[in-house]
Design a protein around this ligand. Sequence first.
Ligand code: GLC
Ligand code: CA
Length: 512
Amino acid sequence: MKKTRQPKWLETAVFYEIYPQSFYDSNADGIGDIEGIIEKLDYIKTLGCNAIWMNPCFASPFLDAGYDISDYYTVAPRYGTNADIKRLFEEVHKRDMHILLDLVPGHTSWDHPWFKESCKATKNEFTDRYIWTDSVWEGPENMGSLHGISERCGSVGVNFFSHQPALNYGYYKTKKPWEQKMTDEGPQKTLEAMIDVMRFWLKMGCDGFRCDMAHSLVKRDENSKGTISTWNKIRKFMDAEFPNAAILSEWGEPDKSLAGGFHMDFLLHFGPSHYNDLFRCEKPYFSPEGAGSAKQFVKTYKANYEKTDGKGLMCIPSGNHDMSRLSYQLKESELPLAFAFILSMPGAPFIYYGDEIGMRYLAGIPSVEGGYERTGSRSPMQWDKSVNAGFSAAPADKLYIMTDPDENRPDAATQINDPSSLYSCVKKLIAFRQAHSALGSTAEIEFVSDGYPLVYRRKDKNESILVVIQPSAKPAEIKAAGEVICSIGKGGSLSDGTLNLSGESAVFVLEK
Ligand code: GLC
Ligand code: CA
């Protein structure tokens, strides 16, 4: 495998995603906070995760759970202070862990002072910080826009929700007189401003960023060439000033994002990866009926793997704050197998908080802070069997999002003490991954079968491990040689070059 410069810690990183609102409330106001995260770091570490990605924690009117930032330099008071987050960085590092913050480079809140300045009719420093047309009657092409909201006669482009005006990184191809080139002063200043934000937090001690809607920066950029070159400038800054920090993209097209200098990209519920075929569709591959298909996923994965070999990591998350929970469309008996897959693939694995105990997706609960149907994946972490599942000592009606009302809701305390729980299985799989370099982020993968069972070989210079996962309830038989060193479910037996595998099982064979 070709090697490019990667921060060393990424090679063994196993990430845990924290949605700060819902993780742990340390002061009984009903909402999770930074002190709460500090108190639970040992839980994350004990599970085996050694890295964290935390969703946005900056000042915001919270119309999109904090993805609408009004001050990039200040922690939102609900979570604590900048001094608290600095302490979080220190506590993370004390435990030999790393933490990525969430950078939202593509848009701000409409409450951001930059935006208010840019709405003014008189020219000022922020006039070109956003994408404005030169008439209130004309909107920008191919994007939503706001008009009639400013003193300035123009319409302004939005990136996602209407309250999220798009920052101006320029157009790859310009057409209209008001469309600016990437090299124009406005877009250049936007980029400088974003690098300044990154520098501020990196200096304070964070280890990098997950970059929101990373694909969205440059407009009329059909093949993403402009966006790729913009990110390369950011990577250059990182290499020069913070070579051990990492950037991870929400993009879903590793052939593009890694060319843009990202150290890692996600395979996601949107984009061409076929990630949904595995866990989130009508007939997921991980189902005992064996009625799904991993073929398109494997095909796309292989193509990306070839294109990106050595450039960076493709990361498979168990879920995130934008999609339904892993447990929603999978049967309980399939969850350990899904984790056997996620935790034995190349790239850095990501576990969404609560997925390790099989937290449920709360379909149909009221939307909170622009979550809409995503709210069901953002409910409070279930720590134990006490009030509010141990998340908060506030009255239940004061909680940020309601807890799962099911009296049999899973909780961490119970599962930690049960060797047959999902938690124990995930913990075992992480430890197993960490004990075998062939299962690491950058070790090779070679697919052997993309049907039922799914079979792939992971190897590096030390060893070769055959991973065999049978989500279907039917037993399977394949050729294999070596020794079974880990099994999930009923497992299988290996003799005379034949592996007999029970249904809904996974085994790892150390090849001879
Ligand atoms: C990303 C975030 C999502 C947010 C959106 C707009 O997709 O993950 O939660 O709503 O960007 O920032
Ligand atoms: Ca709190």
